[in-house]
Design a protein around this ligand. Structure first.
Ligand code: MG
Length: 255
């Protein structure tokens, strides 16, 4: 075997051990929803992401007053404040494609039937610290019961949520969204990676991509929807690109 081939094999093995992907991977932002009949954070958007072979399907999760985890981007849905509502009230609401708001449990059931696509769970910052803890605890409990610990990554803008996830199990793959912590700070606090807005990683702190890599942290960037942005971050070797256009990104990656 030639030395060059050996170097590539060793590099791939080390990347794999560190949980780092060799090639940039696709994360469908709020699922692959930009398709006829789908909607953001819907069951169909998750199924579309699985069908296209995305690495991950991102979604947003809140806990209701009666401790049911439901998916929605905003804290309100059609005038109903999710954190104060019961699941019975939420179950009356419909997404743009007429689906009910999915529960986390329904998402887990679908993801558990395949191995290609992971869930990227964004746990939203709740109004009270107690609800943050409840949302994290209930999410981790359901994931554990489903036997899907190995098929979920966690993200949040809330340091409180992230700290609780890491406290419950330091092996949780937790990435921070808020863009205001350096890779070294994240490493020191036990994070798995950073997941920052493209402006942060392109304009404000381009050096963080290299620093994160050197520290063994993963790099995810959001929400990258234009070809030139995608090409830039692919060239920077980020691990994940989170996009509303997963099919477009896929086309660039297989060229
Ligand atoms: Mg999100």
């Amino acid at each position: 075997m030639k030395i060059k081939q050996l170097q590539i094999i060793v590099c791939l093995a080390l990347c794999s051990l560190a949980g780092i992907q060799a090639q940039t991977q696709i994360i469908a932002h709020r699922g692959f929803w930009d398709k006829l009949g789908s909607a953001q954070n819907s069951i169909s958007s998750l199924k579309n992401a699985i069908d296209m072979g995305a690495y991950g399907s991102e979604f947003d999760v809140w806990i209701t007053r009666d401790s049911v985890l439901v998916l929605n981007h905003d804290d309100y849905c059609q005038g109903v404040f999710i954190q104060d509502a019961t699941y019975e009230e939420i179950s009356q609401l419909r997404l743009a494609n007429k689906e009910p708001l999915p529960t986390l449990q329904a998402y887990l059931a679908i993801v558990g039937k395949q191995k290609t696509t992971r869930l990227i769970a964004e746990i939203k910052p709740h109004d009270s610290a107690d609800d943050d803890v409840k949302a994290v605890g209930e999410t981790v409990r359901l994931v554990g019961e489903s036997g899907l610990d190995g098929q979920i990554d966690y993200i949040s803008f809330s340091e409180h949520v992230c700290r609780e996830l890491i406290r419950l199990d330091p092996r949780h793959r937790v990435a921070y969204l808020n863009g205001d912590k350096s890779p070294q700070e994240l490493k020191d606090e036990g994070y798995w990676g950073l997941d920052y807005a493209w402006e942060v990683l392109k304009d404000e702190h381009p050096e963080w991509i290299r620093e994160a890599r050197e520290l063994g942290l993963t790099v995810n960037v959001w929400t990258v929807n234009r070809v030139e942005q995608m090409q830039y971050f692919i060239s920077q070797g980020v691990d994940f690109i989170t996009t509303d256009n997963p099919q477009l990104l896929k086309g660039l990656l297989i060229r």
